[in-house]
Design a protein around this ligand. Structure first.
Ligand SMILES: Cc1cc2nc3c(=O)[nH]c(=O)nc-3n(C[C@H](O)[C@H](O)[C@H](O)COP(=O)(O)O)c2cc1C
Length: 202
């Protein structure tokens, strides 16, 4: 297991994976299981991980993703999707175990009060959740000595059809996971810390 600071700093977007590397079901399950500890607003856990491993699906997705090699060479391709209506689906389960009053407050007032009729909020929260979960996936892969590539270089409409995305879900991004086949080039163009940090106001 790699410590977290090292994991963050050594992760690279992997462009070529070793196609012969086989990921065990147990390791993949642990990576997915770890990622679901990523936080979500009101604990609605609105991320969905679609796991693509078959040659047939990869072939189709590859054609919709400019034939980027990661699609076919990675050991697993995780399609990150947001369930935009998770907030309205049996939401009592998200607060199971909470004291009755707290549960009632979240389930019957705060969650519907925040999401109901607010399509943009539902979408924004879905993307936030998937972004965080995608990074958790990448870190979990790293902890298992694996590499990853976050990806959005694909035709969203085509991929939605290929994966049969439900109408109330949104497609967010891919995370390809596997063993790197070549060492990455040195990091490029990293902005100095002062360019990305502001204090108190802009
Ligand atoms: C949302 C997102 C989408 C990306 N899409 C692609 C992609 O389609 N193909 C690809 O090769 N890299 C993709 N990348 C990887 C970036 O190019 C890479 O993270 C960036 O150049 C910095 O390199 P590093 O991650 O190795 O530090 C994507 C990264 C993010 C965060």
């Amino acid at each position: 297991m790699t410590d977290i600071l090292t994991a963050i700093k050594t992760r690279r977007a992997t462009k070529r994976f070793d196609a012969s590397y086989k990921l065990t079901d147990a390791v993949l399950k642990d990576i997915l299981d770890t990622a679901r500890y990523a936080p979500t607003a009101y604990n609605i856990q609105n991320y969905r991980f679609l796991v693509v491993r078959s040659e047939e699906q990869r072939e189709k997705i590859s054609a919709a993703a400019h034939n980027q090699p990661q699609i076919k060479e990675s050991a697993a391709l995780i399609v990150m999707c947001a369930d935009l209506k998770a907030w309205d689906k049996d939401r009592a389960r998200y607060w199971e175990g909470a004291p009755e009053q707290v549960r009632d407050l979240y389930v019957n007032k705060m969650i519907p009060g925040y999401y109901e009729g607010r399509e943009q909020v539902q979408r924004d929260e879905g993307f936030r959740s998937c972004g965080l979960a995608a990074y958790a996936l990448m870190m979990a892969a790293q902890a298992h000595g694996l590499d990853s590539c976050p990806m959005d270089g694909f035709d969203f409409d085509q991929v939605k059809k290929i994966i049969n995305l439900p109408a109330d879900h949104e497609l967010v991004m891919f995370v390809a996971i596997g063993k790197r086949a070549v060492e990455p080039k040195p990091r490029l163009g990293m902005l100095p810390l002062e360019d990305v940090v502001r204090h108190e106001t802009f």
